[in-house]
Design a protein around this ligand. Structure first.
Ligand SMILES: [Zn+2]
Length: 77
């Protein structure tokens, strides 16, 4: 009997638990649905360590990844 490797499954489950405990985006306070890595994986950050995680919404996470500030919707007074 071989044990199935469930690293990505465990990661996903941990991430969901983490987002339940930290439901708001670290950057803008919106609903977080992604986990941002404080130390980027390319810089040696640990993908699976919750200490290296921050809750982020999709907008902020992709904005940070692209190193561009999130675009604001123009106000119409
Ligand atoms: Zn955000």
């Amino acid at each position: 009997m071989s044990t199935p490797r469930q690293r990505s499954t465990a990661y996903r489950r941990n991430r969901l638990t983490y987002l339940k405990a930290n439901p708001n985006c670290y950057y803008c306070g919106d609903i977080a649905d992604t986990v941002d890595h404080i130390i980027a994986l390319s810089h040696g950050g640990d993908e699976l360590d919750p200490k290296n995680w921050r809750p982020a919404c999709r907008t902020c996470n992709s904005a940070r990844g692209n190193r561009t500030p999130p675009t604001r919707t123009s106000r119409q007074w």
